[in-house]
Design a protein around this ligand. Sequence first.
Ligand SMILES: C[S@@+](CC[C@H](N)C(=O)[O-])C[C@H]1O[C@@H](n2cnc3c(N)ncnc32)[C@H](O)[C@@H]1O
Length: 135
Amino acid sequence: MSLIKSKQRIADHGEVFTPAWMVEAMLDLVKEESERIDSRFLEPACGSGNFLVRVLKRKFTAVELKFGKSDFEKRQYALLALMCTYGVELLSDNITECRAYMLGAFAEYLNLSEGLGIIWLLPTSCLRISRMVTR
Ligand SMILES: C[S@@+](CC[C@H](N)C(=O)[O-])C[C@H]1O[C@@H](n2cnc3c(N)ncnc32)[C@H](O)[C@@H]1O
């Protein structure tokens, strides 16, 4: 993904996304927390989720290590991981993308298909990516 969407958005909202290698290096600074299933992360300007998605993937790796042998526990703890990961963002298209990428990571980890319907229920129940009101 490109690190910028437009010059106008940079000027208006300071929107420049963080490259994957830098996200990983920054998360390594809080490695233990980023790999703890129930640690809470709040990204106050989450964009399309570059940090939140990587945090989620680290948590899913921890879920797999601890609970990978039980489908029931795997689902429970993957959901817990998702519910501990929050974001705030100004621009609605970024919020939509962020939710989609986070749900995509969740579905991929649990091998969920859209047919199960769970993916479409999750945004309202578990994904707390909110729009910040600044005025
Ligand atoms: C520098 S980008 C960083 C995005 C993401 N954290 C990343 O590292 O890829 C800053 C983000 O903050 C958002 N933003 C700007 N002003 C904001 C505000 N007052 N409240 C919430 N988000 C804001 C922008 O829309 C943009 O997506």
